[in-house]
Design a protein around this ligand. Structure first.
Ligand code: PPS
Length: 570
């Protein structure tokens, strides 16, 4: 076979020490430095230790790293497309000597592994992004991760496994490569075709996988990624419940479901080859590669990062070297006249095709609208509806911003009462003054402290929103960037409405209900918003309220109408 098999005979790595040796390493950890693994590093470590990343036996050293970037191969010549690196902070790296062994721990402090450091270097992240992902464009999630989250120094070296990362969920669906290989052997499955997915599976996916398995005369392994996928994807808990429902739609005893704790990079063609090597390690003989495999979507110019069949093409070029066979698959679309799914390229010019985009599916879920049976199985849709209730049952946050004395609190209170009158969801008011008393009493009004204050409010509001409640926030929140962070925190959890109470400084100062403006002018209160501290007015709030024109009652009423039009109240 090809170089991959020659290099290590197709054998699985198992980096775990036996129980006694692991115990001894744990006891000796007193003098060693310790690195707290990020979520992504923990995913990578799990697959290094259990052999999912065979033939790797640790985090890449510099020579291997550079060779992976330029040639898609380890220095030994073995095909390996994605750099598996341990990124750390410069402060941590400075303390580490080459040859030193360090502990690798999860966020609870559990000792998962040790790393004997052979390499330490500062990577050229731009070069890495271009070599691996094709562009240094932070619209690509892995490029964004590389620049915004990954540490600036890489450590390389061999790993010794002490303890596998703990998973409390779906234990019955988690297998190591060795366990899956053993299961296939026990079941007599000699040909196994793997299907990789990070999305809920609908009828088209079921058809595609079933037909691919038939064509390859193989049993089917559905192996969804549950480590890290593309930000914004449906959470894995919901997806796995959907897959469990779907599995009943295959002929009995032909199909297995097993979860893969992989941290995807959305690296398209390179990622397809990586997925193949991993699936081979898990005992599969075939891998389905569809349209736009592991695609990250569009770049900052609005163009797709990779061509639709680029992953299939790169795979085909390396097929001889890979001890697993690609089963390329075109997109399937639903033909109304044939009442079945048909390969996209087999559709006649006049044939009517039904389709439902991801955006349309989300809209229908949000609005509680029908999702047709040709598109998905009713049990799968029910499962999706449980975690994606229609908007009128989701939580939301109304975030007021405006100068001191602009009328935020008065309108917020009016809105609170009107929402309580409507009933159905708990409502919490996080007013500026109240928060400063109960949540942020130690904070002042420097930019740093204001940001902390607003992020705390954002955090509490996001929890309320996530749990289906209503949060009304009414701080000054003078900085646009901080408000943006709060929006980013809350929007994935439910609704977010920014409301600018746009009362002018002159009017606020004229009213001066608390006498604060007079004190600010006299220099008694420092850093006072509007007088001696900036206020950045929102450019595109969901609503702007001019309290010169509207009474608080009417303002609150207008907000209710807005909420109704968005579907958040019925
Ligand atoms: S911030 O910037 O969002 O953290 O401010 P916030 O938490 O909303 O607090 C604003 C209330 O604190 C009083 N106060 C000040 N405001 C602005 N600047 C300075 N220096 C200041 N010192 C005290 C003021 O009463 C604000 O209440 P509201 O309800 O906005 O009038």
């Amino acid at each position: 076979m090809g170089a991959f098999k020659d290099a290590h005979g197709g054998a699985l790595r198992n980096l775990y020490l036996d129980a006694d040796a692991a115990e001894a390493v744990k006891r000796g950890s007193g003098g060693r430095k310790s690195w707290d693994l990020t979520d992504r590093q923990l995913c990578d470590l799990e697959l290094l230790m259990n052999g999912g990343f065979s033939p790797l036996d640790g985090f890449l050293g510099r020579v291997d790293y550079e060779s992976v970037l330029t040639d898609m191969r380890l220095a030994s010549g073995v095909l390996w497309p994605i750099p598996i690196t341990l990124d750390v902070t410069p402060a941590f790296a400075d303390k580490i000597e080459i040859g030193e062994t360090i502990d690798l721990r999860d966020r609870e402090g559990v000792l998962n592994a040790t790393l004997t450091v052979t390499d330490k270097w500062q990577p050229d992240k731009r070069a890495e992004a271009i070599a691996v992902f094709g562009a240094d464009d932070t619209t690509h999630p892995a490029v964004r991760y590389l620049h915004d989250h990954a540490g600036s120094v890489y450590l390389g070296g061999k790993v010794q496994g002490i303890e596998a990362p703990m998973h409390y969920d779906f234990k019955h669906l988690r297998d190591t490569p060795q366990e899956l290989r053993d299961r296939f052997r026990k079941l007599g499955w000699r040909r196994v075709i793997a299907f990789q997915t990070r999305n809920p599976m609908h009828r088209a996916h079921q058809e595609l996988t079933f037909r691919a398995a038939q064509a390859a005369e193989a049993n089917l392994l559905i192996q969804p990624v549950v480590g890290m996928t593309k930000p914004g994807d449906v959470d894995h808990f919901t997806r796995v419940r959907c897959y469990e429902k779907l599995i009943g739609h295959y002929p009995e005893q032909t199909t297995a479901l097993s979860l893969l704790p992989l941290a995807m990079r959305m690296g398209g063609p390179r990622e397809a080859i990586w997925h193949a090597i991993i699936r081979k390690n898990y005992g599969c003989t075939h891998l389905i590669v569809g349209r736009d495999h592991a695609g990250p979507g569009h770049d900052s110019a609005g163009k797709p990062f990779y061509g639709p069949y680029e992953a299939q093409e790169l795979f085909a070029q390396h097929q001889d070297e890979l001890d697993i066979t690609m089963v390329p698959f075109p997109n399937l679309v639903y033909s109304e006249s044939r009442v079945q799914y048909v390969a996209e390229d087999k559709i006649e010019p006049e044939e009517k095709v039904l389709s439902l985009s991801g955006t349309e599916l989300r809209r229908r879920l949000q609005e509680g609208l029908d999702i047709p049976e040709w598109f998905s199985f009713p049990e799968v849709v029910d499962e999706l509806r449980r975690t994606h209730p229609p908007r009128h049952r989701q939580g939301f946050t109304v975030f007021f911003t405006g100068l001191s004395g602009s009328g935020k609190s008065t309108i917020a209170n009016a809105l609170l009462v009107k929402l309580l009158e409507l009933g159905g969801r708990p409502v919490t008011l996080l007013d500026g003054d109240h928060v400063r008393k109960h949540l942020s009493s130690e904070l002042g009004f420097s930019r740093e402290h204001r940001d902390l204050n607003i992020l705390r409010i954002g955090y509490v509001a996001s929890e309320i929103t996530k749990n289906g409640g209503i949060a009304i926030c009414a701080p000054i929140a003078p900085y646009a960037a901080t408000r943006r962070k709060v929006r980013d925190l809350i929007e994935p959890m439910g609704g977010f409405l920014e409301i600018h109470v746009a009362t002018s400084l002159e009017v606020c100062e004229q009213r001066d209900r608390k006498g604060l403006y007079a004190k600010a002018r006299a220099g008694i209160i420092k850093e006072f918003t509007g007088i001696s501290d900036p206020y950045e007015a929102p450019e595109e709030p969901e609503m702007r309220i001019d309290t010169g024109e509207l009474t608080p009652d009417l303002a609150a009423h207008r907000i209710l109408i807005k909420l109704e039009s968005l579907g958040f109240i019925k």
